[in-house]
Ligand binder design. Sequence first.
Ligand code: PGA
Length: 242
Amino acid sequence: MIIYKVKNEEEMGKKAASILAAQILMKPNAVMGLATGSTPTGAYQQLVKWHQQGDLDFSQVTSVNLDEYRGLAGDNPQSYRYFMNEHLFSHVNIDKSRTFVPDGLEADADKACQAYNQIIRDVGGIDLQLLGIGPNGHIGFNEPGEVFEKETHCVDLTESTIRANARFFDSMEKVPKQAYTMGIKNIMDAKKILLIASGEAKAEALHQSLYGPITPQVPASILQLHPDVTVVADESALHWMG
Ligand code: PGA
């Protein structure tokens, strides 16, 4: 595992973007596992900038996102599909038909999840999976629990995640309570993992994940078993490292 401790959120974004871009430069038809949330926005901004300068070509790239809220349409500004369009896809030359996000409007959870597992298989697996981390150690929407859920599944979001997401919605009632998310096996099958974190609120989760016991109570702790993990985090998220 490589850990890059960078000064602040901005540096984290730049370093993460460099790693994502390196993957695309080394393999132009890479399958990129992407993530939403506030943490990756700086990296996406930088990728867009490089693309606009003519330095980064997404024309052969495929993407698969980690998760989507159940019940939200892709044109709902709070959906993760919308987020990805806004922050990345609409600003680069990626073929939108090769950008995949679980189908939040598929009411049949089994069908939605099986379809997404099939998509991940059909694209040949993930070359590089970008991950944020929740204050409770979640990755994607794999929340703390009794077992590591293997493949794409429908989750009841925990109170703490619902609260953390509430800032994006007008009222608590509108915050989705369920989501479709890739499972731990989908994530662990990625050839490379890039975990990013910034801020004090992530410090404990990051510490537990990287050095604590491997347990489904801290879903990101499973990453200790992955052979190719790079962590980019800022000083406040890594203050415990000294
Ligand atoms: P954040 O979310 O980037 O908005 O902090 C990360 C996560 O919960 O995975």
